[in-house]
Design a protein around this ligand. Structure first.
Ligand code: G16
Length: 543
């Protein structure tokens, strides 16, 4: 075996964000870019010698080349075995599952999630630890530090490894095991959910559309929904994955999953609609004429989880990211379980899940999941919804109405201002932070500010502290606005404004969200002077 040592120099900006390192595809294709980061991953985890890893990605442009580079680097570093999804493909939750069930030393996942794919779009890479979850901040900081000091990396010189056929092959002295990307994951779903009830549901004429958005969940959804559960062919739409996601933006929200939304809001709506993103960890839920916000979805899943066999013994606790609406807190209160509030980023749920403090977690960014893996899981959320619908035998709209009657409603929306000049976005937040201490007691759009702060999180398991996680402005009566910059964008800065208002009921529970939130939207602009500071009249995306 011939191992080459290649000289390199540090490349600026290889700092992992909310979820790994995400940059434009062309950046990743640049000389030494991928290699420097992969070498830094191996360095940060104390080397690859004798270790076993999982490797796969969402199939976006450059996935295939990156897989070959990583295999050769792992071989050069003395890794014992790499388990690769056939064709280099693994959805993020399926990768997390394999890392756990095969007892590996972690895995490398190639994805920029919901960001578009293609040579002129985005690529990404992240490392998940032996628990199957995204590397914590302490580890990503080490990776970044190593990228700043790297002088060389090792790579095995040889032909491409054939990852198109199932079975074992090798790369130098390292074993490469090519596995079916769907099998293990589909089996896990069968353990968690009542597949007989779901089969009976579809056999009884229940209709649904699952929009795979030309992304990685196509084969997973087709196998589970159409083959194992007997949903009619055509239930899965846009089910053929493509390297540029059919030229689309694989983000399951009403803006980007418009094709599905049009179906669900039209006269031919099916009973249930759902979508998933580039790497299969996000989900969107929509009923006939009824869009369910991710925050409400988390609350409904928490309130009804025991209807699924995998959760029949109840929930240990729940967790949500700070900007996620507090709807699930009400459910936790009623169930008498703890509700944790973490910073944005699935990695923050890992410790809580590992310590058995929570069973379900979720985020406003269309992510929900449980302790079955250590990632959010799009299809899992869809199957839990289906299990609930099969058990309760009422529509999505009826479930929502019932939920709001029992727990009150947290009207919620997120406004995104994308590709804002970084300086302007930073200035907006700095200005806001500077006036935080003056805000309490002031009246904005007729509402009194109760408290305002910059969110910091003390991890109850390992005691680590994460600061600067978003500006919160809380109003008397339960309304709240959160401002933060996205950690996943690749162009300029994305300003996210999270808007929430609380209605106890019984009146006022069924208003259109944009109407119910008008005053909060105006308050956000008044407090942050979004228009003045960014020059933007309206958000680019509203979820
Ligand atoms: C990632 C993280 C999520 C986070 C989301 C949005 O999701 O895993 O925890 O909520 O990004 O983050 P931001 O607001 O910083 O852009 P994904 O699906 O992109 O991996």
């Amino acid at each position: 075996m011939s191992v080459l040592t290649i000289e390199t120099t540090p490349i600026q900006g290889q700092k992992p964000g909310t979820s790994g390192l995400r940059k434009t595809t062309r950046t990743f294709m640049g000389t030494h870019y991928l290699e420097n980061f992969v070498a830094s991953i191996f360095g940060a985890i104390g080397g690859a010698e004798g270790k076993t890893f999982v490797l796969g990605g969402d199939g976006r442009y450059f996935n295939d080349r990156a897989v070959q580079v990583i295999l050769r680097m792992a071989a050069a570093e003395g890794a014992a075995r790499v388990i690769v999804g056939q064709g280099g493909i693994l959805s993020t939750p399926a990768a997390s599952n394999l890392i756990r069930t095969r007892g590996t030393d972690g895995g490398i996942i190639l994805s920029a999630s919901h960001n578009p794919g293609g040579i002129d779009a985005d690529f990404g890479i992240k490392f998940n630890g032996p628990n199957g979850g995204p590397a914590p901040e302490s580890l990503t900081a080490k990776m970044h530090d190593l990228t700043m000091r790297i002088i060389g990396y090792r790579i095995w010189e040889g032909a491409d490894v054939d990852v198109s056929s199932l079975g074992e092959t090798s790369c130098g002295e390292m074993t490469v095991e090519v596995v079916d990307p769907v099998d293990d994951y589909a089996e896990l779903m069968e353990e968690l959910f009542d597949f007989s009830a779901l089969k009976a549901l579809f056999a009884g004429g229940f209709t649904m559309r699952f929009d795979a958005m030309h992304a990685v969940t196509g084969p997973y959804a087709t196998e589970i929904l159409e083959r194992r559960l007997g949903a009619p062919a055509g239930t899965v739409m846009n089910g053929n994955p493509s390297p540029d996601f059919g030229g689309g933006h694989p983000d399951p929200n009403p803006t980007w999953a418009k094709e599905l939304m049009d179906v669900m809001m039209g006269s031919d709506a099916t009973d249930f609609g759902a979508a998933s993103d580039g790497d299969g960890d996000r989900n969107m839920i929509v009923g006939k004429g009824a869009y369910v916000t991710p925050s409400d979805s988390l609350a409904v899943l928490a309130a009804n989880a025991t209807l699924a066999p995998g959760y029949a013994n109840g929930l240990a606790g729940v967790a949500r990211s700070m900007p996620t609406s507090r709807a699930v807190d009400r459910v936790a209160e009623a169930l008498g379980i703890e509700a944790y509030e973490t910073p944005t980023g699935w990695k923050f749920f890992g410790n809580l899940l590992d310590a058995g403090k929570v069973t379900l977690c979720g985020e406003e960014s269309a992510g929900t999941g449980s302790d079955h893996v250590r990632e959010k899981d799009g299809l899992w959320a869809v199957l839990l919804w289906l299990n609930i619908l099969a058990a309760r035998k009422i529509s999505v709209a009826e479930i929502m109405a019932d939920h709001w009657t029992s727990y009150g409603r947290n009207y919620y929306s997120r406004h995104d201002y994308e590709a804002v000049e970084t300086d302007k976005a930073n200035a907006l937040l700095e200005r806001l932070e500077a006036k935080l201490s003056d805000l309490p007691g002031t009246i904005v759009q007729g509402m009194t500010v109760e408290a305002a702060d910059q969110f910091a999180y003390d991890d109850p398991v390992d005691g680590s502290r994460s600061e600067g996680q978003g500006v919160r402005v809380m109003f008397e009566g339960g309304a709240r606005i959160v401002f933060r910059l996205s950690g996943t964008g690749t162009q300029g800065a994305t300003l996210r404004v999270y808007l929430e208002d609380r209605v106890e009921g019984p009146e006022g529970l069924d208003r259109p969200a944009d109407e119910a939130l008008q005053t909060i939207v105006a308050a956000a602009d008044e407090i942050a002077q979004i228009h003045e500071m960014t020059g933007r009249d309206k958000p680019d995306v509203t979820t």
